[in-house]
Design a protein around this ligand. Sequence first.
Ligand code: 9WO
Length: 226
Amino acid sequence: MKLQIDVITLLPELVLSVISAGITARAHKLGLFELSTYNPRDYVDDVHKTVDDRPFGGGPGMVMKYAPLKACLDDISAKHGRGRRIYLSPQGSVLNQALAQELSCATHLVLLCGRYEGVDERLIINEIDEEISIGDYVLSGGELGAAVLIDAIARLIPGALNSNLSAVEDSFTNSLLDHPHYTRPESINGLDVPKVLLSGDHQKIKEWRAKIALERTQTRRPDLLD
Ligand code: 9WO
């Protein structure tokens, strides 16, 4: 079944870039997933279109108000059902390939993007199923996190990649980093393509790539092997 992705955001153009170029745009054109955005500003009545307010307890910045976000979620529920509701934030569990694989099998994802200093905690408690982080750094908002998550998911939907083998051979699919890649010319400033890759011995090439992938993982990311 087709994956519906609904994104709640004040800055939809930051998220919609994923369907304007590359493999994810192609997957979208092929009808493998649908991407819709909902702007909380369209769900408020007051003339100033207020979606944020000052934080209780003081401090800098503003907090996204409960009501406009709840109205977005209710509209999405009426249109497509409830969905698996995800808040993008540095407090979430960190995205990895296994989680991307799992989410690519879902039928309906709802991604909430915060701006300012974040979202009223009661909305997260009452309405959100899980928090996901794309890494240990702070962005200006959840949108680029949502775009990264959508990219990681969309390319895993069967039919998105030119070859089914492409996703199988990805870094992390086997908990290892990728091996290096080479194309013509055979020599650049004295740096030659490893001879085994020119040998035509596909078994040998496979073994060499597996060996280098393991070595690189051991030196660069030993945590992946634990
Ligand atoms: C901004 C800020 C300004 C002054 C004092 C404290 C502050 N905290 C924040 C802040 O954390 N803002 C967040 C912006 C609120 C939630 C949405 N934003 C966000 C999401 N930034 N980074 C992410 C994110 C999402 C997924 N993975 C990594 C980071």
